[in-house]
Design a protein around this ligand. Structure first.
Ligand SMILES: *Cc1c(COP(=O)(O)O)cnc(C)c1O
Length: 400
């Protein structure tokens, strides 16, 4: 079968809810993937930061293979010998007290919403059904009904109502707006340290620190969605470390399993997580031995192979290289670690043409919104590989 045959099958039988590039991938190793025609590409998207450890990392593959021959799923009706170790390792690594394991990122977000509401009623004393959660404009927290209900992206929302209430939206990066929006019924503020899907929007310096102070002063839980920014992507294990703060709840997912298996988690301090009692929340697959064995190894690889430090170094080198490209239509280059974006002026006619041309040259990336390209390769990328990418990016950008 050829590329067009696979695409025809997808078009004939698949839901039309994605518009992928017309490359059909069949293999991956490190930062490289290969399509069904045998053409090699550098992956500069990393499955939206789910393969920070690189494609098919051999150690994670080994851990998964060993665990799947022993035990894969018990449900949480019984205990398994991987879960406690996963909790301990994750808590020590992230300075958390309690962990609640789920599968997809959206489930971690939903879990956090439930937990902070429960905390609001049980601990803060908010009257029944009055809890408010504050979120930011242009957020991306996933695709469930509750989550798209507080999205400001029309495509995400239109035609899917009615939505749950109890959410309030404020501008991102504006600490005063948070102060003004808080009421006695506010139980949580949920925010991404850097808005990934919105186009790698980095908030003003000091924003998160101020947000932390405002939440503390008002007895509001701070929920950081680090599903994309976490696990080394920005050059720290968690992006909150750049500001020297600690959230009350931190959401991780994506790279928690190195791209092998959906594993997400809510990390929390004891005071908030302890509101949950048996029977109040759960997931059949959440915390299963296969998933958490994969997650344990994925975390170990991040730390032991120095991928967090590499993200910081290679990210700085990548951004520096991008800044040297002379192209009058580049409006802004921004990012932290290996979460990088190039935004073009509207006159450039959209970033999609560049994405297609880069794909031709063997570099895969995707535009976010119309004018911005995100570059987020696996954190195993080497300096030579960054040079390889920069060479092609410069060719494509300056040919226009
Ligand atoms: C990807 C993402 C999610 C949703 O994760 P899924 O696994 O796709 O449900 C939530 N928040 C952020 C910041 C993300 O990048």
């Amino acid at each position: 079968m050829k590329t067009q045959d696979y695409i025809a099958l997808e078009n004939q039988y698949g839901a039309n809810n994605y518009a992928p590039l017309d490359v059909v991938l069949t293999k991956g190793e490190g930062v490289w993937v290969e399509d069904v025609e045998g053409k090699r590409y550098m992956d500069c998207l990393s499955a939206y930061s789910a393969v920070n450890q690189g494609h098919c990392h051999p150690k994670i593959m080994q851990a998964m293979s060993e665990q799947m021959q022993k035990l894969t799923l018990t449900s949480r009706a019984f205990r398994n010998d991987q879960l406690g170790l996963f909790y301990e390792e994750l808590c020590k690594l992230t300075n958390s007290h309690k962990v609640l394991p789920m599968n997809s990122g959206a489930e971690a977000v939903e879990t956090a919403i439930k937990v902070v509401r429960k905390w609001g009623y049980k601990v803060k004393g908010v009257p029944e059904d009055q809890a408010e959660i504050i979120v930011c404009e242009n957020n991306f927290h996933g695709r469930t009904i509750a989550i798209v209900g507080f999205s400001s992206d029309e495509d995400s929302r239109n035609g899917f109502g009615p939505f749950p209430t109890g959410f309030k939206t404020i501008p991102f990066g504006d600490a005063q707006a948070l102060k003004d929006a808080i009421t006695p019924n506010t139980v949580g503020f949920m925010v991404e340290p850097i808005q990934g899907e919105a186009g790698v929007i980095v908030p003003p310096a000091g924003y998160l620190k101020e947000v932390r102070e405002i939440c503390t002063e008002n007895n509001v839980t701070l929920v950081l969605d680090e599903i994309q920014t976490g696990l080394g992507r920005t050059g720290k294990l968690l992006a909150e470390e750049h500001d020297g703060i600690e959230a009350d709840l931190t959401l991780i997912g994506k790279a928690l399993s190195g791209g092998f298996y959906p594993v997400s988690a809510v990390l929390s301090n004891t005071a908030v997580m302890d509101v949950l009692q048996p029977g109040e929340h759960g997931s059949t697959f959440g915390g299963n031995p296969l998933g958490v064995a994969v997650a344990r190894e994925s975390l170990k690889v991040l730390v032991e192979e120095g991928l967090i430090e590499n993200a910081e170094k290679m990210g700085a080198y990548f951004i520096e290289g991008l800044r040297k490209i002379e192209q009058a239509q580049i409006k802004e280059i921004r990012g932290k670690g290996l979460l990088i974006a190039v935004e073009f002026d509207p006159e450039a006619g959209g970033a999609h043409q560049f994405v297609e041309e880069l794909s031709e040259k063997g570099l895969l990336c995707k535009e976010t919104h119309v004018h911005t390209i995100r570059f987020a390769p696996p954190l195993v990328i080497t300096k030579d590989e960054v040079d390889w990418a920069l060479e092609r990016i410069e060719e494509v950008f300056t040919a226009a």
